[in-house]
Design a protein around this ligand. Sequence first.
Ligand SMILES: Nc1ncnc2c1ncn2[C@@H]1O[C@H](COP(=O)(O)OP(=O)(O)OP(=O)(O)O)[C@@H](O)[C@H]1O
Ligand SMILES: [Mg+2]
Length: 329
Amino acid sequence: MKGRTESLEFLYNLISVFPQGIISFDIEGSVTLLNQAAKNIFKIEGPIHDYIEQPIQNIVIATKLESIVNAILFEKRINKEIKELKIYDEYFNIVIRKITSGTMVFINNVTALIQKKNDALQSIIEGQEIERKRLAKEIHDGIGPDISTIKLGVEGLLMKTTDEKEKAKLQNISAQVSEISNNLRQISHSLMPSSLLDHGLASAIENLIQKLEISNQLQIQFSTNIDNGNTSIETNTSLNVYRVIQEAVQNSLKHGQAKLIDIGLHKKEDQLQLIVEDFSSLTQEEKLGEGIGLLNMKSRIQSVNGQFKAGFKESGGFKVAALIPIHND
Ligand SMILES: Nc1ncnc2c1ncn2[C@@H]1O[C@H](COP(=O)(O)OP(=O)(O)OP(=O)(O)O)[C@@H](O)[C@H]1O
Ligand SMILES: [Mg+2]
């Protein structure tokens, strides 16, 4: 028997120093094993043996794991892997294994990993924004003036010409150059929504809507409770929200031929909720095409620690929803 006690003690010692959180409980739900890492994860106080042979609910109460533990006790058999479960302010990957005498739960803290992933996404997005800003500037300050010079040249020729046919041709060229110049200006503005930084997110969205409504003959309803002086939304979040709206509306136009789009942007305590929905006749029967728009939207929202969902509505049409944590002021 001595050998068995020694190996058990060895096992207990090993588990106690494991960086991974480990808990086990029997079929009645009494804790049989708990290590320091698990104690830290659940932020519970006091010596480990205070929890042994006590109900597992004492430990997992007030966490999302409680409902899973209850399901295990109720259903008797569960093997499960949960990815990126948020417990308090951190993220965990959890492996639940049914063993003969009960259940073992292994918990890995993946907060740092998620943070790294989000940081990487953030740098990609920031890189894209820098490049867009550069392009916008290049078009606005470089090609824009070049075109103006051409227009001036054509107008100079127009003044000198007396031949009516020549005049008509030159007028035509001048009109085309003006159109190119207007288009370029629009491209430059959409690459860098300057109004976003100058007048706040709500204004920038209103500007965007105005342009979209004019050029696409559609109606966009926008409701918000955010005033432009709002300081609780960081510029970075604003820019990401703006880009998500841009892409969602483009998708509604491109795939749903939408004539009516609803945009809602609401601050609810310490969260910002964005919803963009259209009202086409398309439903979930439709197969999604392969693009990068939805993926980009998701990355953008995740890069500011938010949650993102998109899909067809039962009643027809497409809905994009995001929930982003913001600080409360
Ligand atoms: N508003 C919408 N109405 C109908 N289908 C949509 C809508 N938004 C997205 N989809 C579907 O989801 C797919 C993926 O959208 P996503 O924006 O990722 O790609 P895309 O628009 O096809 O291409 P890209 O955005 O890369 O130019 C689309 O191909 C389409 O099938
Ligand atoms: Mg798209």
